[in-house]
Design a protein around this ligand. Sequence first.
Ligand SMILES: Cc1cc2nc3c(=O)[nH]c(=O)nc-3n(C[C@H](O)[C@H](O)[C@H](O)COP(=O)(O)O)c2cc1C
Length: 256
Amino acid sequence: MSNRDSIKNTFLVTGALCIICSVLVSGAAVGLKEKQDANAALDLKKNILSVSGIDFTDGDVEQLFTENIQARIVELTTGEYVNQTTSGLNLDTFDVKKLASDEMTDLNGDDPAGIGGERENYAVVYLFPEKQQLILPVRGKGLWSTLKGFVSVSADDFTTRGITFYSHGETPGLGGEVDNPAWKAQWSTAKETLDANGQVILNVTKSGAAGPNDIDGLAGATITTQGVDKLIKYWLGNDGFGAYLKSENKFAETSN
Ligand SMILES: Cc1cc2nc3c(=O)[nH]c(=O)nc-3n(C[C@H](O)[C@H](O)[C@H](O)COP(=O)(O)O)c2cc1C
């Protein structure tokens, strides 16, 4: 009679269990990948609608997005839209994480927003023509994580219309208050971002929202607050979307 508790049997059962579980987990990961990607894409659209001030709670997100928002690829250095036919870049497949090394710019150690030492040469921006808003992707280091989101500005005077972060790992109740609607509401009150020379003057500060270019920071979260301040200054500045903000005809129809 065999001993069911033998070392051999224990290893056999453990091994079989490991294989079954890993097949189940990887099967689920592969099987659900499409659904996860679709959900992430939907979440992105919700964030873009919300930063544009479009209420989607009772509506069809896809429909509202299609009706109101247009996407374009921008070359950051020139600030011009990219021609999808000639550039090989395509809105449907564009992924910042998959850009080739010659499509990234080395920041040579000058990385105030903490974006990993290099910046993509191209970015997808969104337009809300009805309200003449520009929705720009932004990201930067907080305390624990890289905050990724969108800032919406008026195309006329670049004052703020909204902010949203769709991904971060800051502490709930502290840095995580970047998601608090009351904090985000400040951004929809037309805060000034650029001076006449195109220098970024918006401050996210712990000393309160004293001026027309001040956003009140987050209580008990100085480092996240500084992170948001730096990422906004970086992405609205000359090394980010500065050239794009100064460009003409942002809402012109394109054939690409
Ligand atoms: C568990 C824990 C989580 C924290 N999370 C954050 C955070 O998400 N963002 C942040 O700026 N500070 C966070 N802090 C606080 C920082 O360590 C630091 O004390 C704070 O940024 C200083 O801000 P204050 O001068 O407003 O208190 C956390 C502290 C602890 C103990």
